[in-house]
Every structure is written in structure tokens, then in C-alpha cells.
Design a protein around this ligand. Structure first.
Ligand SMILES: [Fe+2]
Length: 260
């Protein structure tokens, strides 16, 4: 009798689950209906903006299930980006059409989507508009080269050094601290390629566009008002103490700078 009840319960649970699944699928119906490529969906199906956002929203929720597997998440975002044709998205087309090189020697950016869990940004660079080494505190970043080509270098923080010095920057007294970073990748990414970083792997990077380049970048979580990225001056003239892939770098230590 108990067994029967249990089976019954399981069957009811399965029905309950089916109805929840139906409701969930109706939520994504809007995105699917809006998709220009209706029909069979597989890894090669190009998806539209609404379907991209719907899937990304679902994926990004995994950050709240601890421990969060960031490597798996960034791989998932990469696969999703590979199914997108960004220049064909209406909102991206609009940004691209209205592009003006307003800031000499610096990229232009536009936020395509923003919510606390993640943001999607479009970056447009003239050739040589270099972004020096910086980090992404407690974030993952997945960048897709929409057009053009970049040299992307990624690093991990290897060691904090005790050496500090005071400097005056823009009339402000700051404390610079030295550290050692390890290069984890150094690669040219061409149109269609995707680069990844997580909070723990390759979180510091620099980007050099080899020509006019457009990047779509997914940051998870999104930048917040209190996100404080560090910028690093890296001595790339040689390896730190002759050790392969290690470089000495210097950054502003905000905590020490704030002390009088
Ligand atoms: Fe970055």
C-alpha cells in the first residue's frame, strides 16, 4: 500500500513537473517565435537577440548556485555567442551605424543589455586603440570578436610584492604596489573567435586591436557602482627574475592610498 502511494506520488510529481516545464517553455516561446530561424534547433542554429538573451539569462542564474563552476559557465556563454550573428541584430546594427570615433586613442562602448546578473557590451576600436592591463574583480568575461582582430593577453595574479612607493597622480597622492603576474594566454583572436576569463583564470588582460575591431563582451555579474577594476603597469621588457611567463607589474593600492 505504501509502495502504491509512493508510486502514485511520483506519478503526480512527474505530472506536476510536466506542467511546470510547459509553463517554462511558454516563457521561452516569445524568444523562439521571434527567432528568424524557426525550426530544428541545434548547436549550429543561429539565434536572434531575444533567444540569445533568454538563454543567457537562464545560464547566468547559475552564478547563484554555489559553488559556481565558472569554467563551465564561460564555455556555455561561448557556445551561445558562437550561435549569434551580432552584425545582424537590429540593436547592434544601430550602434554600428551610429559609430563615431569620439575618443581619440580610446575605444567606444555601448551597453546592449544590462541587468545585475550580467551585461552585454559592444566595444568598437580603431586600430591601435590599446586597452592596457586591467582586472575584472569577481567577474567572468567572454568576448566575441564580431569583426577585426585583436592580440589578447591574459594573466593570473601570481604574487603580491611588499615594495610600495608614493606617487602623485592628477594632484592626488597614491600608493603604488608591485606584484608579479603570470601570462596564461597570448593569442590573436580573429573575427568569430571567442576569448574567456574567469575570476580565477586569466582575470587580468590587455587588448590590442590590429585593425578596426568590434567586440561583443558578456560580463557576469554586471559592472556595479562599486566595482573597482585595477589597472596594471606591466614591465614587458623581460621576465621577472628570468622566470618564464612571469612579469613584474605595479598597481594602485586603493586601501593604502586612502590612508593618510
Ligand atoms: Fe577587460
Amino acid at each position: 500500500m505504501d509502495d502504491f502511494k509512493r508510486r502514485d506520488f511520483i506519478r503526480l510529481s512527474a505530472l506536476g513537473f510536466a506542467s511546470i516545464a510547459l509553463q517554462l517553455s511558454s516563457i521561452s516561446t516569445y524568444a523562439q517565435k521571434a527567432n528568424a530561424n524557426l525550426g530544428k534547433w541545434d548547436a549550429n542554429t543561429l539565434i536572434n537577440w531575444d533567444a540569445f538573451l533568454e538563454r543567457l539569462t537562464r545560464l547566468a542564474k547559475t552564478q547563484h548556485q554555489l559553488p559556481w563552476n565558472q569554467r563551465q559557465y564561460t564555455e556555455g556563454v561561448k557556445q551561445l555567442l558562437l550561435q549569434c550573428n551580432f552584425p545582424e541584430f537590429a540593436n547592434v546594427k544601430k550602434e554600428i551605424a551610429s559609430y563615431e570615433n569620439k575618443r581619440p586613442n580610446w575605444f567606444e562602448s555601448a551597453t546592449l543589455h544590462y541587468e545585475t546578473d550580467f551585461q552585454v557590451s559592444l566595444f568598437q576600436f580603431e586600430k591601435g586603440e590599446y586597452i592596457p592591463h586591467h582586472d575584472h574583480p569577481d567577474m567572468t568575461g567572454v568576448l566575441n570578436v564580431v569583426s577585426g582582430s585583436i592580440l589578447a593577453k591574459n594573466y593570473n595574479l601570481e604574487q603580491q610584492l611588499t615594495s610600495t612607493r608614493k606617487v602623485v597622480k592628477d594632484g592626488r597622492s597614491t600608493v603604488m604596489q608591485k606584484c608579479v603576474i603570470r601570462e596564461t594566454s597570448n593569442e590573436v583572436l580573429n573575427t568569430g573567435d571567442v576569448g574567456l576569463l574567469t575570476a580565477h583564470e586569466g582575470n587580468i588582460h590587455s587588448i590590442m586591436p590590429n585593425e578596426f575591431t568590434q567586440l561583443a563582451d558578456v560580463f557576469t555579474p554586471a559592472y556595479a557602482h562599486d566595482t573597482k577594476a585595477k589597472w596594471y603597469d606591466v614591465n614587458e621588457d623581460g621576465y621577472y627574475q628570468g622566470q618564464n611567463h612571469l612579469f613584474e607589474a605595479e598597481f594602485e593600492n586603493a586601501e593604502l592610498s586612502a590612508r593618510k
